[in-house]
Ligand binder design. Sequence first.
Ligand code: ACM
Ligand code: ZN
Length: 571
Amino acid sequence: MARGRSAGGRDFSARGTLLGGVLLVAAALLASGCGRVIRAERPVQVTPRPVEVVEGEGVFRLTARVPYWMPGEEPGGETGEGTVAGMKAVGEAFVELLTPCFGQPPVRAERLPERGGIRFEICDTLDAGAYCLEVTREGIGIRSGDAAGAFYAVQTLRQLLPPAAFSPGGPVRAVEIPEVRIVDRPCMAYRGLMLDVARHFFTVDEVKRTIDLMALHKMNVFHWHLTDDQGWRIEIRRYPELTRVGSVRRRTLIGKDPGGEYDESCRYDETPYGGYYTQEQIREVVDYAARRFITVIPEIEFPGHAVAALASYPWLSCTGELYEVRQTWDIDDRVFCPGRESTFEFIEGVLSEVLELFPSEYIHIGGDECPTKMWARCGHCQARMRTEGIDDLRGLQGYATARVERFLQAHGRQLIGWDEILESGVTPTAVVMSWRGTEGGVRAARQGNRVVMSPSTYCYFDYYQTEDTASEPLAWGGCLPLEKVYAFDPYEGLDERERACVLGVQANLWTEYIPDFGQAQYMLLPRLSALAEVGWSLDRKDPADYRRRLARLARCYDAAGFHYARHGFGE
Ligand code: ACM
Ligand code: ZN
């Protein structure tokens, strides 16, 4: 139902013929040894910043004929089932990277070449995610602690290839890569990005592109915000009304949400707006992400941000009234009723299907911004409080969260919630996502809970990127320039023991004011590169060096066709 996304009447058959012709010409040029030679670019500039980069004087000449070798499937070379599957994904990423340069895929070697070529190797002495990439005049060696490390090395290789190798202009005969030794490893285990697809919907292809840009930045957790007041976006077979009713809002507020009461002056786009992912599409995205070493964490909001669910099944609310899917952006008082047993049957039914689709250890259940007004007036909620000995309304949220956590744990999963879950008596096993500053995260780490740091002050990419808001597309508010993201220290105020509780960092893209994917990229890039460097290179951050590397990274964005903001480039 998303607007304006039809492919229109393009003539794909004509394109197919044209493509065939281009490929023939390319093959002929290659056979005759023609084509461009793309010279190496120096200095080597890689973002996020590696641990060590030592550049030599020479170059390696990469051509389509250089074979690459992968461990895993050869007799005697097994590295474990997970690694074989992982290295297959690395091989795919490698082929996908080089094919556009040469107009043909690189060749895979049958056996380890005596010398030269491109060799991948798994090495016990390196940590998970770590790698060492060596380019010599003879070839490229990639040693890594695991398949993820090899994948990150391929992303680094992407940045070593001159962007001209990807530009139109006929097939490339050879690409020069500078002689270099790069040692690298991630500082933080969790390097996340959240995309809100409830306020505005993004197609499967757009979600995959988001995952592509995460992969380029060596990020590894995609937090998918799938449900909210303004739309339910995941097919749940037990509860078909969630998508039949809950995925469509009748109209959408135009311009800035005034908050509070909505009066005659509010204007609406009267076009119904909707969209959701089928379970098949969800599996496709989870698999696409896994092949890029990215875990997808789903978020199903509970007990607040529930209007789309209540509009689908009115018996989920305290009053049972019939609601519409919300059309404005403010916090809503209408939330799930934790007094009724049927609410828990519902959420467990939903989560049962969610767990089938998402193999992630962590499942996000929201927990933020949940008003308790309805509960105060609800006989079911009051009865629940009496029988459970709960003496304040926040405690009722704590009860609901703990019940969901028990359900998740019984299925071998861990609960993540926004930092409000701390206020309602959090269990020691819940993971706290700190968004209202880092205070919640600090408090949680002090009491031993695991934490993801995602404070709005440093990580909310729906904020403006400059003070000059008049020249920007409408945004949520605030101001979060690139330099500020870069300056984020997720460990501030924590001692050694508490730091160990911080899993990592996450950028959040809420999309109330982001109606399309072009704008989403504009809000994400290049700020995502700054947060990626916080997560990957925290112990070696250097703002001046980052600025120098940014111009090179932007050319990588150009080569990959990503849209980005130019504030960080002095433009
Ligand atoms: C949030 O921004 N409400 C987590
Ligand atoms: Zn109730």
